[in-house]
Design a protein around this ligand. Structure first.
Ligand code: LLP
Length: 438
């Protein structure tokens, strides 16, 4: 469900005409829908309604900032009561700047530096999810030096196959994430023995774009066993972090992935009797369908069936703007912003000098000509955030729509600013005497 719809033959984001927006903002650009963000967050939160902790705390829905770290996106969610799951000091600073209170921030991530730990502790965040015994020792030292105590959940590697793309599976034994299940009780006891560490719970995140709930169900069952084992050892468990991972529909016509309601029903069933505060870290589910990437057709290179050449639609967006198709072979629906009703078969590519810079191969799409606009759908999650300046292309702008209102929430990067970040080494710019001898 999203708020990008055809109105009188033109694609709109809520009440804003994308063609008009393209004229003002220029292409390519990302555009996000507030109504879709609000709806997805609300539906997710409501699916977990009634699952309060023994102390009466509702589950903490900590939005995974990595999916879309734009300040306005985070701020929209923060106003609805969202927390934030962050994996770097940068993400933490964004969450705080967007108005997420520290007591709703969880710090995850497999390689936190001591500097990041100190920043998290100084900000007074809710919880740090620890990924290993060595990290526990480091965090204990940092907390002791700051004369504070930090609430810690241990991230468990449950050894479960998430049945998603290999590059975004995180819960298998072969993956770098979490503490192997059999070592968790001992690690929890270690945490309890270390100064500055207050072990409050366990958690797991097994992967992203999950289209089958069975691996989650298996993981939750293992977490439940763990809670009982740790408690039997005499230590309290007050919180369980269920991670993120719920998949979303990318391709019109594909069987829909499990809904938030299906997920909520699973959580209700699997966690009954745990007596903990639940935490979740959804990213894609909240923002994925809330964004599209709008791009203009630069040129058409017609193919010839007789000689076996393809028809290429060359657009002004590229793999550096939306990496998912190149990196994971991911599918994004492509729609003309002003469809004529005609269809064509084409390979849609960007201008970057790599064959991997391909958004769609031999796909039947709305017929387009040079100068026409297209929208790459479902680009709100892991879109702008994974962009780079490869081929010295400027980072594209982001626009947030709310009803008929819209705002540029990140302007297009100026080429001059991009250039100004580099320096000419002194021995190259004619000021030889400034050369440093090392
Ligand atoms: N929590 C942790 C610890 C995570 O590592 C992730 C995602 C999430 C939560 C949020 O997962 P979600 O609900 O969004 O599935 N770039 C890839 C996805 C990478 C996901 C990384 N971790 C893509 O474009 O498909």
């Amino acid at each position: 469900m999203d708020h990008f719809a055809d109105r009188n033959g033109r694609l709109f984001a809520e009440d804003v005409d994308l063609a008009t927006l393209a004229d003002v903002v220029g292409t390519p650009f990302y555009v996000y829908s507030t109504a879709t963000l609000v709806r997805h967050f609300t539906v997710f939160r409501d699916a977990l309604a009634g699952l309060a902790s023994p102390a009466g705390e509702a589950p903490l829905v900590a939005y995974a900032v990595k999916a879309n770290p734009n300040l306005s996106v985070i701020a929209t969610l923060a106003r609805l009561g969202a927390g934030a799951d962050v994996v770097s000091e940068g993400e933490m600073r964004r969450a705080l700047a967007a108005g997420v209170p520290p007591e709703r921030i969880v710090f995850s991530g497999v390689g936190k530096t001591r500097g990041e730990m100190a920043a998290a502790l100084a900000a007074g965040i809710y919880q740090v999810n620890v990924e290993g015994e060595a990290e526990l020792h480091a965090l204990s030292e940092v907390a002791t030096a700051l004369d504070t105590t930090v609430a810690v959940a241990l991230r468990v590697n449950p050894g479960v196959d998430a049945k998603t793309h290999a590059k975004i599976s995180t819960g298998g034994k072969e993956n770098k994430f979490g503490i192997p299940l059999d070592r968790v009780p001992a690690a929890y006891a270690l945490a309890a023995s270390l100064p500055g560490i207050d072990p409050v719970g366990v958690g797991a995140h097994i992967g992203s774009q999950l289209t089958d709930l069975a691996p989650l169900e298996a993981t939750f069952a293992l977490l439940g066993d763990l809670v009982r084992t740790i408690r039997a050892g005499g230590l309290p468990v007050e919180r369980v972090d269920l991670g993120g991972g719920l998949g979303i529909p990318y391709r019109a016509g594909d069987p829909p992935p499990p809904t938030p309601a299906d997920y909520g029903a699973l959580v209700r069933r699997a966690t009954a009797g745990w007596g903990v505060r639940l935490l979740c870290e959804p990213g894609r589910m909240i923002v994925g369908n809330a964004g599209v990437l709008v791009s203009r057709v630069v040129t058409i290179k017609p193919g010839d069936a007789a000689t076996g050449t393809r028809s290429f639609v060359v657009v002004d967006a590229a793999m550096n703007d939306l990496l998912r198709p190149s990196l994971y072979g991911a599918w994004h629906d492509i729609r003309a912003v002003a469809p004529t009703g005609d269809r064509m078969v084409a390979t849609v590519v960007g201008p970057v000098c790599e064959t991997g810079d391909t958004f769609a191969e031999d796909r039947t799409i709305d017929a387009v000509a040079a100068g026409d606009l297209i929208a790459l759908m479902t680009a709100g999650a892991y879109g702008a955030t994974m962009a780079s300046t490869y081929n010295s292309r400027p980072l594209v702008p982001e626009v947030l729509v709310d009803g008929a209102a819209w705002a540029i929430v990140r302007p297009r990067e100026e080429l001059a600013a991009q250039l100004a970040r580099d320096r000419i080494a002194p021995w190259l710019d004619g000021t030889e005497n400034e050369r440093r001898s090392t």
